[in-house]
Design a protein around this ligand. Structure first.
Ligand SMILES: NC(=O)NCCC[C@H](N)C(=O)O
Length: 310
């Protein structure tokens, strides 16, 4: 099933970035803040999901207790239901048998106020997702900001901390320094504050350990996040919710903020959920343990197409 052309479609373009900076934000699509109210999300079908040895984590599960794909698919259906419950419009990438990891829509593109960046996936089994993303945005009528050409870059490493401020993860194996510096240069030209976070490739992407919850509130795994990142966030006035290391390695710090104090979080991340509830958040706790054996969590499985600036 193909994606529909959306209302508010804009003239499609493969490169609307102004090389001099000052690119005009899109009129309808995109978002300024990862914590603004989510209205539209891009998800990927798990119809052809395959458990591959893609990282230390997924390799360990593959060795010890491989993912039961049917259970994972049922968990994904619950995730879709959670978005719909909160009134978020779900746009689903058409299932393609060759794209066995397309459920992780965070990585093949990243939405910005100026349109999506098409990334450059590191692993051969995910490269086709970049082409599928281009086709999807063309079908929906959302013009592309630009495409990464300097090296590999994966969307889980583009972490919008607050309006006009991005933390770019660089582990080498997924996002290479060359790709990270190309994207950093674009956003510096747009006037953003950009920080590069060099992480160990064991952690795959920066969104394993740092994810925004609400304005000035960020979940961080203090045990594995470089202290300068924590100091930087605190200097900006962010309060930190510390997610334990063991939970983090089970994708427990990888959740989705829907804005309006609503969060979709993995049911197994009990410390995080407790902290959120204590602060008055409404939390949809979704079982994602089976699907996460394949290496990603709720944040990895979502690409915000539009957040309402209010
Ligand atoms: N942003 C993310 O952390 N995405 C998870 C990707 C999981 C997938 N198995 C991969 O290793 O590429």
């Amino acid at each position: 099933m193909a994606l529909d052309r959306l209302p508010h479609a804009e003239g499609f373009s493969l490169q609307r970035r102004n090389p001099a900076g000052g690119t005009k934000p899109l009129a309808h699509w995109g978002f300024r803040n990862e914590t603004d109210p989510l209205t539209d999300v891009l998800l990927g079908s798990p119809a052809h999901l395959k458990h591959r040895a893609t990282s230390s984590l997924s390799r360990k599960h593959l060795r010890e207790a491989p993912c039961n794909i049917q259970v994972a698919q049922a968990q994904h259906a619950e995730l879709v239901a959670a978005y719909e419950h909160f009134g978020v419009k779900v746009h689903m990438l058409p299932a393609e048998p060759e794209l066995t990891m397309q459920v992780y829509t965070r990585d093949s593109s990243v939405m910005t106020p100026y349109g999506p960046v098409i990334t450059a996936m590191a692993n051969w089994w995910r490269r086709g997702e970049n082409y599928a993303a281009i086709r999807a945005y063309e079908a929906m009528g959302i013009p592309i900001y630009d495409m990464v050409t300097a090296g590999t870059f994966e969307g889980g490493d583009f972490n919008v901390i607050e309006e006009g401020c991005v933390l770019i993860g660089c582990g080498g194996a997924r996002t290479q320094e060359e790709g990270a510096r190309q994207v950093a240069g674009w956003f510096e030209k747009e006037g953003w504050e950009v920080k590069l976070a060099f992480i160990d490739e064991y952690y795959v992407h920066i969104d394993l350990m740092v994810v925004p919850v609400a304005p000035k509130l960020t979940a961080v795994c203090l045990d594995c996040t470089d202290p300068w990142i924590v100091d930087w966030l605190k200097a900006k006035g962010h309060e930190i919710i510390d997610v334990p290391f063991r939970d983090t390695m089970a994708l427990g710090c990888n959740f989705m903020s829907l804005g309006h104090d609503k969060i979709i979080a993995p049911a197994s991340s009990r410390v995080l959920i407790g902290q959120l509830k204590a602060r008055g958040f409404e939390v949809a706790a979704v079982e994602t343990d089976e699907i996460s054996k394949t290496g990603g969590g709720i944040h990895c499985m979502a690409q915000a197409l539009r957040r309402d600036a209010g």
